[in-house]
Design a binder for this molecule. Structure first.
Ligand code: DON
Length: 305
């Protein structure tokens, strides 16, 4: 723990004045208002210790990292049947790409690209009475923090320009892979993307992935160990879109990014780590976040391989 603490501090200081060549996401207008110099890190370990550095308590837009939590809700109600409507293959394409969706008859490559998460939103919408409430309650249960909420400004901002996501759902609807009203599903999808959390809350919420699917604080089984391994596998192969190979090569951990600038990564049986730095590389992943995590796992010799 002491060692991780000093390594993390050292790397944080090194990256605090790093030449960040990324650009903030601006296709969601509200995200362009974020201070691009923010930089936070949080690491939650098996012995319940949490290390927070820099802007670890600054709220930011969770965006695609939410897709993993939504997937858990769907997987736990549908079981393996889920994979009839969405595949588990890396897409090798951008998070919002349409290219494969028509060729593959409306079945998205995986649940972490936008099309896949929209199908998952449709499935959760079918099974839960109040999906927006149930999702936020699930997040609050994982963090033991009832203050967590959606950011309505971000929700409205994304909805007002969500042309591409509407195109994706229309394509899937035409193939019969969307069962609810498209507007209802899209509102739910944009809501879960607008989730606002900080690094400390996120590394706590996702820690169960490093603990065989069990919440170490409440002992609740969030995912059975087998399902937990499978979602870790999906994060490793699909969590960074057309940069998943690069992330596995450079960082060596399962993880998930969001266009709000957050990156989460899991070292099974050890820790969950979250970095937040808003400027993104051209693949939509935090530029400084990727470099930071590469340096961390290199210095600690950590990897799932
Ligand atoms: O649907 C979108 O485009 C966003 N709500 C989420 C995209 C995202 O976070 C991709 N991740 N890097």
């Amino acid at each position: 723990m002491e060692n991780i603490h000093s390594v993390l501090n050292g790397i944080y200081n090194k990256f605090a004045d790093f030449e960040d060549k990324g650009q903030k996401a601006t296709y969601i207008p509200e995200l362009a208002n974020v201070d691009e110099n923010l930089f936070g890190v949080s690491l939650t370990t098996l012995n319940h210790g949490q290390i927070n550095i820099g802007d670890a308590h600054q709220q930011f837009s969770v965006q695609s990292i939410s897709k993993v939590l939504l997937l858990i809700m769907a997987y736990n109600v549908e079981g393996e049947k889920l994979w009839k409507r969405v595949d588990v293959e890396p897409s090798g394409a951008a998070f919002n790409s349409m290219i494969l969706l028509e060729l593959e008859k409306g079945i998205p490559r995986n649940p972490l690209i936008n099309a896949g998460a929209i199908v998952i939103a449709d499935i959760v919408f079918t099974h839960f009475k109040n999906p927006e409430d149930d999702f936020i309650k699930f997040v609050r249960r994982l963090t033991k923090d009832d203050s967590i909420d959606y950011d309505i400004k971000v929700f409205e901002s994304e909805k007002s320009v969500g042309y591409r996501n509407y195109a994706l759902i229309n394509m899937m609807k035409s193939f019969g892979n969307i069962t609810n009203t498209m507007d209802e599903v899209m509102d739910f999808y944009f809501k879960i993307c607008s989730l606002s959390m900080n690094c400390a809350q996120l590394s706590k919420a996702f820690f169960f992935f490093a603990n065989d699917g069990i919440d170490p604080f409440s002992k609740e089984v969030i995912l059975t160990p087998g399902r937990n391994r499978r979602i870790n596998a999906i994060m490793l192969l699909c969590g960074f879109y057309d940069e998943a190979g690069e992330f596995a090569y450079r960082v060596g951990l399962p993880g998930k990014s969001g266009v709000g600038g957050g990156i989460l990564a899991i070292l099974p049986n050890k820790y969950a780590v979250v970095v937040f730095s808003p400027k993104l590389n051209e693949k939509g992943n935090s530029y400084r976040g990727m470099a930071f995590l590469e340096c961390l796992t290199t210095e600690l010799s950590d990897s799932v391989f």
